[in-house]
Design a protein around this ligand. Structure first.
Ligand SMILES: [Zn+2]
Length: 71
């Protein structure tokens, strides 16, 4: 990765994204990578990291994983 000419932030790099379902702000840990699956702390939906632009993370609703449906 090349970070040529980019100004450094004083704060520790803190990725932040918005849940596309409930629109809450989600803080993501340093080292979050694209295509990583996370769970929204508000609506508990699965989200996939679609894109990372600097500290701004684009989140999308993750495709549903087949699970054993009890109903
Ligand atoms: Zn949410």
């Amino acid at each position: 990765m090349i970070f040529k000419g980019q100004r450094k932030l004083k704060n520790k790099m803190n990725f932040q994204g918005h849940c596309p379902i409930c629109d809450c702000t989600i803080n993501l840990p340093e080292g979050t990578e694209e295509s990583e699956i996370i769970t929204c702390p508000e609506c508990h939906n699965r989200l996939v990291v679609s894109k990372i632009e600097k500290e701004n993370v684009i989140l999308e609703e993750a495709p549903k994983i087949e699970e054993d449906w009890g109903e």
